[in-house]
Design a protein around this ligand. Structure first.
Ligand SMILES: NC(=O)c1ccc[n+]([C@@H]2O[C@H](COP(=O)([O-])OP(=O)(O)OC[C@H]3O[C@@H](n4cnc5c(N)ncnc54)[C@H](O)[C@@H]3O)[C@@H](O)[C@H]2O)c1
Length: 358
């Protein structure tokens, strides 16, 4: 049996995770999967009520017992400094050493693409963002705070070990999925110290994958090229900060944050799946959040657990739902979060193998 921990979190995280769980249950029943789902109360409400973010016991359970974690989003304007989000989300990413942040960006329908001449474009690229180092380790400090001479340093950490494992993960993914090219994105002209390590490592790792083409791009040129000719890219590997920014851009040219899923993985150990978007306080509680990013996380989760047919059925059900025009307002539709989730779940049940159909 596979144990799945669900952390709905805050704002629309709760709403989209409810629909993702509905689809997961539909896939479990339709494909006869042995899955148990357990929901965890972690988020702003609990923190404001009890002063607790995540306990050591909860961390141990998630670390030792869960085969996969499905998370909604964390963030609430009532919590100063978003301390709960830091403890829970960044805590899990860092403490479980989830060094791969995998963000697939695929254009499901040309109508969702804000670029000119979207018809006929094939955007289908995978971003591998380093998830445990870079500028996000919070190393540095402040001197003479609050004075006109204040100094703030925020250090960027790049280790050979950390760079090599994310670069290798990108190449292995390319090989497994028949992707012909891996592109390294950096800023080696302005930041040659970090860039040197990334480029040397990239070249050395690439030698083990002779069938895969390589190229390198500076991050500023990459931002431009993602708008100009995104179809050129297949697999992109990059640092924490650049991956964070580029994946929002890539999400936008494929229909927006509401559609984008992500996986945080330490291969063969831990995996946490979450939509790319945040808790969206501006639309929380209105039933109009797009649940498709969270639902596509379910497809990634099922694939990760080795349930390829069920994952493909969820993916096909999402495409069916889009083709049927059952869309939330961010995509120009009038459907509610729940209506989209129910439509996808019905389509998954419709794809059940005959033996399991009910
Ligand atoms: N992984 C996470 O948990 C995560 C990621 C990003 C932001 N956050 C947190 O979320 C809070 C809000 O952050 P933000 O406003 O910068 O980013 P956001 O992603 O929550 O929202 C950005 C914009 O996109 C829209 N949007 C986002 N998801 C949508 C969806 N599923 N359907 C329709 N529209 C959607 C929102 O309405 C908003 O206008 C902050 O506290 C932030 O720290 C959390």
């Amino acid at each position: 049996m596979s144990r799945i921990a669900i952390i709905p979190g805050d704002g629309i995280g709760v709403e989209v995770t409810r629909e993702a769980a509905r689809v997961l249950e539909a896939a479990r029943d339709a494909f006869g999967l042995d899955l148990s789902l357990e929901t965890y109360d972690m988020g702003a409400e609990r923190y404001l009520r009890d002063g607790v973010t995540i306990t050591e016991d909860e961390f141990r359970t998630l670390s030792d017992d869960a085969d996969a974690i499905l998370l909604g989003a964390l963030g609430d304007p009532r919590v100063p400094g978003q301390v709960h989000a830091r403890d829970i989300l960044l805590g899990l990413r860092f403490r479980l050493d989830l060094y791969v942040n995998y963000r697939p960006c695929v254009l499901l329908d040309p109508r969702f693409c804000p670029l000119r001449e979207a018809e006929g474009r094939t955007i289908d690229l995978d971003i591998f963002r380093e998830n445990t180092e870079g500028l996000y380790v919070n190393a540095g400090g402040v001197l003479r705070e609050g004075t006109p001479h204040e100094v703030a340093t925020q250090e960027m950490i790049n280790t050979r070990h950390g760079v090599e494992r994310i670069v290798r993960a990108a190449f292995e993914h390319a090989q497994r999925h028949g992707r012909g090219r891996v592109t390294l994105v950096d800023k080696a002209n302005a930041m040659p110290i970090a860039g040197g390590l990334w480029r040397r490592t990239f070249t050395e790792v690439a030698e083990a994958f002779p069938g895969i083409e390589t190229d390198t791009m500076y991050v500023d040129a990459m931002a431009m090229d993602l708008v100009r000719r995104p179809e050129r890219y297949q697999v992109i590997v990059t640092s924490n900060l650049f991956g964070d920014i580029l994946s929002d851009l890539a999400a936008e040219i494929t229909g927006g944050l509401g559609l984008a899923p992500s996986a945080n993985v330490h291969p063969c150990r831990h995996a946490l799946f979450e939509p790319v978007h945040g808790s969206a306080p501006d639309i929380a509680g209105q039933g109009k959040a797009n649940p498709i990013g969270a639902v596509r996380c379910v497809a990634l989760l099922l694939e990760h657990l080795g349930h390829g047919a069920a994952a493909a059925a969820v993916d096909a059900a999402v495409r069916r739902t889009v083709a049927d025009g059952v869309l939330t307002p961010d995509l120009g539709g009038a459907a509610s979060t729940e209506q989209v989730g129910a439509h996808v779940a019905d389509a998954v049940r419709g794809a059940a193998p005959a033996a399991n159909a009910v």
